[in-house]
Design a protein around this ligand. Structure first.
Ligand code: NAD
Length: 328
């Protein structure tokens, strides 16, 4: 058996080599994405694993079938780059990795929250100017605060448990109230969470009901001392409304691991180049805003799991078994 892994980064290679050794299967890696100009290079492989932001084009699916490929496995949670209909028509089984490590994102929410409530971003900005005063920057201890989780699924539920373990009061809003989370959270309406929390952590998935879920009206409900932490998807927050709320001091600050339009700037080195987003330019100027380039997933455990789970699935499918991660 021979598997080709595409869009492989250097930081994934140790995990891939480890899996190949344990399973005694040849894994070849390339840095390119799955697009029509590369399909001829897949001939001779039994299985493929992808990870890409751009769509898999229509002509790729019949070409994969003609090359004898039976599956498309993406080692990401999202699989919107794959046309499931086209895959089905060409007998290609599609799998994803729905939960590679909820802790990876939840721990970033914790790190962002601690940075915000200790006002470390502001201390850093002062220190950069050789201003080492502490006046006006008294912090709050986490166990004295109420943390609000909007979207208490796999990641949000994990975040809730972490804050509960630290002694914070945790309140949550979700369309589904999970019994297993009730020892850790008090469920409320979205408006009540917004009004009562000192920190709001967003962990919904992006769907029509969560597009701009946090806009002008929702930000107006938050306490002026409260912080917003977005680790899920940029469009869940109306960025212009957020910038206005920060400028008007309607909220105290924000931490954003994701931002609308991020595909144009996150994970690029734009040093000495003009930034392609006015929103990004404005947010970068605020010392009560933390920006990280969509790195919630980027941990040792998550990267290992993305590799291991995706490759296990390829083998399972090639062996004629059904994977629990089949999305088609
Ligand atoms: P999940 O499906 O387990 O949880 C999402 C929760 O949101 C569900 O409980 C769902 O009921 C709830 N929800 C959906 N619409 C809602 C609405 N309108 N109001 C209230 N709740 C609503 O997903 P997950 O695995 O916890 O992941 C959540 C999101 O985190 C992902 O969809 C992805 O966008 C994001 N994510 C970010 C990173 C990162 O690197 N920052 C990594 C992985 C995932």
């Amino acid at each position: 058996m021979k598997i080709l892994m595409m869009s492989v980064r250097d930081d994934e290679k140790a995990a891939i080599e480890g899996w190949a050794k344990r399973n005694n299967i040849q894994i070849d890696t390339v840095d390119w994405e799955l697009h029509p100009d590369h399909v001829s290079e897949l001939v001779g492989y039994d299985g493929i694993v992808i990870q890409q932001r751009s769509k898999v084009e229509a002509e790729v699916y019949p070409a994969l079938k003609a090359a004898g490929i039976k599956q498309i496995t993406t080692r990401t949670a999202g699989f919107d780059v794959i046309d499931l209909d086209a895959a089905r028509k060409n007998n290609l089984i599609v799998t994803n990795v729905p939960a590679y490590s909820p802790r990876s994102v939840a721990e970033l929410a914790l790190a962002h929250t601690m940075r915000l409530i200790r006002k470390l971003e502001i201390f850093d900005a002062r220190a950069a100017k050789q201003d080492f005063r502490w006046a006006g920057l008294q912090a709050a201890e986490i166990h004295s605060l109420t943390v609000g989780i909007i979207g208490a699924g796999r990641i949000g539920g994990t975040t809730a448990k972490i804050f509960n373990a630290l002694g914070a009061k945790v309140i949550a809003h979700d369309l589904v109230e999970r019994e297993e989370l009730k020892p850790f959270v008090t469920y409320m309406k979205k408006e009540e969470v917004l009004q009562n929390a000192d920190v709001i952590c967003l962990h919904v998935d992006l769907n029509p009901s969560t597009f701009n879920l946090i806009g002008k009206d929702e930000l107006a409900l938050m306490k002026p001392t409260a912080y917003l932490v977005n680790e899920c998807r940029g469009p869940v927050v109306d960025t212009d409304a957020l910038i206005e709320a920060l400028e008007q001091k309607e909220i105290a600050g924000a931490a954003l691991d994701t931002l609308t339009g991020e595909e144009n700037f996150f994970n690029f080195n734009l040093e000495n180049k003009e930034l392609p987003s006015q929103q990004l330019i404005k947010l970068r100027k605020m010392d009560n805003v933390i920006l990280t380039p969509h790195v919630g997933f980027f941990t040792n455990i998550a990267v290992q799991n993305m590799v291991d789970i995706s490759l296990d699935d390829v083998v399972m499918i090639l062996d004629g078994k059904k994977s629990e991660h089949q999305v088609s």
